[in-house]
Design a protein around this ligand. Structure first.
Ligand SMILES: NC(=O)c1ccc[n+]([C@@H]2O[C@H](COP(=O)([O-])OP(=O)(O)OC[C@H]3O[C@@H](n4cnc5c(N)ncnc54)[C@H](OP(=O)(O)O)[C@@H]3O)[C@@H](O)[C@H]2O)c1
Length: 325
């Protein structure tokens, strides 16, 4: 098969479409013939040599895919050769085939094209596990999504609206904020021009955010704490603004607030399978009834993955960039 390899870490040109050995399904794994994969922000870090795959994972980039099951390994139940699936991966999605633990497989939701299903596993699993399983966003509460026009953000807006929450977003341009509004966002904040704490305070009559989904880490830590409501929950999922910040525990204590930080990739298989099962139970019906949809910015040939990485680096996209194998 062919896969995108990274012979030397570097810029987008470090991604090379190369012939490599086919994967073999291990115990509890299937091999998926990949139709499409999607680019995640973390793939850029892996390409630069700053985010190695966890032990045992494929060394090729790609944390999600859609395709058809080509082989079923020992100990797999509930899936058969030919099934159309999408999957959460620890790596290896930028390839024509990938081995996947069967607990990380999802059926392609009815009404969604097989190619577009590649946009779903990372964003649904990340948003559901953080906003709902950890931060317990409830109907009527306010969610602040930083980077509302990102792959993650476009799914977070839709899922929060689907459960009856109010959604505030930050984005870097009026055009991106308009796309967030079309997806259901109620409060639009341009992070270049506005102070998100002041804007949120004004828009919520002082109540502020019950839950914040944060991609910035250290850079926003202090202001995120200021933007939390009483009993607020800050869920950090990205560190685009650095890893080390100062946390004012006095403010946290006065608000009875909580801060969590999670990542999906390195988790034990059982935890990933539990998240995928919850996504199938809670998110798949919303995709199948059309309340929620994947937001696709563009679709590129997988051999041109470098071009896709360039798009994410320049930040001109809204939603997901897909790669066709
Ligand atoms: N922990 C996990 O399990 C997990 C899983 C998946 C993703 N993530 C994280 O989630 C984030 C989004 O991932 P993605 O793949 O969807 O990436 P993406 O589409 O490339 O999105 C990156 C976003 O960052 C936003 N941004 C840049 N500077 C900002 C600022 N100062 N304030 C607010 N937003 C800012 C950009 O907004 P504009 O384009 O509007 O400028 C853009 O929407 C990343 O940090 C990623 O690492 C975490």
């Amino acid at each position: 098969m062919y896969a995108i390899t990274i012979p030397e870490p570097g810029g987008p040109e470090a991604l090379v479409w190369t012939e490599v050995p086919d994967p073999v399904p291990g115990e509890g794994e299937v091999v998926v013939e990949v139709v499409a994969s999607a680019i995640n922000r973390a793939d850029l870090l892996q390409r630069q040599g700053f985010y190695d795959p966890p032990p045992g994972a494929s060394v090729y980039p790609g944390m999600e895919c859609s395709g058809r099951i080509a082989e079923v390994g020992p100990g797999v139940t509930g899936w058969a050769v030919g099934d159309e699936v999408c999957a959460l991966l620890a790596g290896g999605g930028y390839a024509q085939k990938v081995a996947v633990p069967y607990g990380q497989l999802l059926p392609v939701p009815k009404g969604i094209e097989l190619v577009h299903a590649a946009a779903l596993p990372e964003v649904t699993a990340t948003v559901w596990s953080n906003v709902f399983m950890v931060a317990h966003l409830r109907p009527g509460e306010t969610l602040l999504v930083h980077g509302g026009a990102s792959g993650i953000g476009t799914m977070a807006i839709q899922l929060a609206k689907a459960v009856g929450a109010r959604v505030a977003v930050t984005a870097g341009s009026a055009q991106k904020l308009e796309r967030c509004r079309e997806l259901g966002a109620d409060i639009l904040i341009n992070y270049h021009e506005q102070d998100f704490v002041a804007e949120l305070k004004q828009a919520t009559d002082g109540a502020k955010a019950d839950v914040i989904l944060d991609n910035m880490g250290a850079k926003y830590l202090g202001r995120n704490v200021d933007a939390l409501a009483v009993n607020g929950r800050l869920a950090v999922i990205g560190l685009q603004g650095g890893t080390k910040g100062e946390l004012d525990l006095g403010k946290m204590l006065a608000k009875r607030a909580a801060v969590t930080a999670t990542s999906l990739r390195g988790r034990p298989l059982g935890e990933k399978a539990a998240i995928i099962a919850a996504v199938r139970e809670h998110v798949w019906p919303l995709l199948e009834n059309g309340q929620v949809r994947p937001v696709i910015d563009r679709v590129l040939p997988m051999a041109d993955a470098a071009q896709g990485h360039q798009v994410l680096e320049e930040g001109g996209h809204v939603g997901k960039v897909l790669l066709i194998a």
